[in-house]
Write a protein that binds this ligand. Sequence first.
Ligand code: MTE
Length: 318
Amino acid sequence: MLFKEKKGWEIPEQRITEEAFFRNRRDLIKCIGGTTGLFAATAMVPAALASQNTDQKYQATRNERYKFSRTLTDEFDATTYNNFYEFGSHKSIYKAAQALKTSPWSITIDGLVDNPKKLDWDDLLSQLPIEERVYRHRCVEAWSMIVPWIGFPLASLISLVKPLSNAKYIVLETIMDKDAMPGLRQHWYPWPYTEGLTLDEAGNELAFMATGVYGKKLPKQMGAPVRLVVPWKYGFKSIKSVVRITFTDKRPVSFWEKLQPKEYGFWANVNPKVDHPRWSQARERTLSGQTIPTQLFNGYAEFVAQLYEDKKSENLFR
Ligand code: MTE
């Protein structure tokens, strides 16, 4: 995947891991250096993250079914170290992302469904019960975090449109806002950003649509107003700022697979034993700077392993 340079999907492994360390808060403060730097770093937070209000609507009850063993990632780290290529191919896009207009917002649900819909996001949100789920997130680049998402199961959205019997996959698509998103000018990327799931995956209890995080409205850099969260898969499957969900009978080829099919596939399930062609997936570096072993299905095998029992001939882990 890309970081600082244009065609960064060609960069070597050590650049990726170095950057993960570089951008964690402690190192950022070290880099800025001294007391002035520290003040500069902390002063930056409220201005850049000001739009993340603490609306009561995002104070949801935590669903304790989804356990986690490590401490939550620091909110500053999770909200200032992001992948959102529409705003740039580096990690510090959180300020640029504030240009995205997230209201009004609608989601079109179409394709092989009985009841296609264009849903007004604010209306929908006022009707759906929300909950908090703490999930592990494992990026294919080998960094990870643990964050408290707020939202609802993807299955609740699917049930609104009644898929037809020949529907097998869904394709999700990110907004293309040319005025707000400078990354869209990088013409070598196959915009719009799209991702896909089988209908079984989409209906799995873990598949979640997040609209908040850390008890607040989802910040724009994390995919406001609504993004997918599929924690057993590499992070690139968790598409941000979704405007369309299309049901289809053909397996979709999504953004990263179009760009680099030898490295990124449809399934992208986390597996420490299947390396990326250019780096090991055995371990991961948390945004707080620890290196820990990666787990099969990112630790969610009990929920999802059965989805793949009849698919052993597929390349399930890239
Ligand atoms: N969605 C869109 N539209 N554009 C992106 O560049 N990056 C993906 C995913 N969703 C991406 C995206 C990748 S590679 C990761 S690891 C996660 O978002 C990062 O989510 P975060 O920035 O909230 O940590």
